[in-house]
Design a protein around this ligand. Sequence first.
Ligand code: ZN
Length: 246
Amino acid sequence: MPAQTTNLPTTPIFRSEEELSRLPASERIRYRLVGAECRYHANDNIAAFIREGELAELESEVEARMQEVLEALVIDTDSDHNTNETAKRVARMFLTEVFRGRYVPIPSVTEFPNFSRLNELMIVGPVKVRSACSHHLCPILGRVWIGILPNEHSNLIGLSKYARICEWIMSRPQIQEEAVMMLANELQVRVKPDGLAIVMEADHFCMHWRGVRDDESMMTNSVMRGAFLKDANLRREFLSLLSKKV
Ligand SMILES: [Zn+2]
């Protein structure tokens, strides 16, 4: 999903391509985002603003700054062989794994018309969720269930594609309430069902590792749209099928 427009008051000072090329990649990308008045919060996808080769540049930039973080923590990364390559590993992990969903376009999804006019409740899940909280960058691990009530005009997508779209949305720093909304918006636009239901249940590691250190910290969120909002029986059917699958 492209980053959303916000009311940024600033119009950036014009910079020539030549001038831009001397800046770090993160500044070039930020310049384009601000120029297009596009939001770039932690859970926004900014792939449309990144040019070829710039992801590798970003990785080196993050590595250099991560090294500074380790130095600020007074860790001797020269003689400590365990942390020697930590900055590099963390930068790679952020950009190519755990926050990858910010930097790459949506995985290609083939949609096909609903030829057989399926109009029965369809449930996908549990889909494994690996995310991170945007407050502490601590892992969030959980599961998502998706309920779809298609109509004859819906575009159906392959079952595995639900998991790929989910992974693309979740691999960003998030808060759970927004993550389920983003997933619902993406599926609504693509599938155009009569009803859409999403339930996400996740374990927030910032609750175990720090803060209250509460070990019973599962959080459950749901989004119900269309027929799932209007029809209590449908909602009940979805939730009961889901509880049998746990
Ligand atoms: Zn947190």
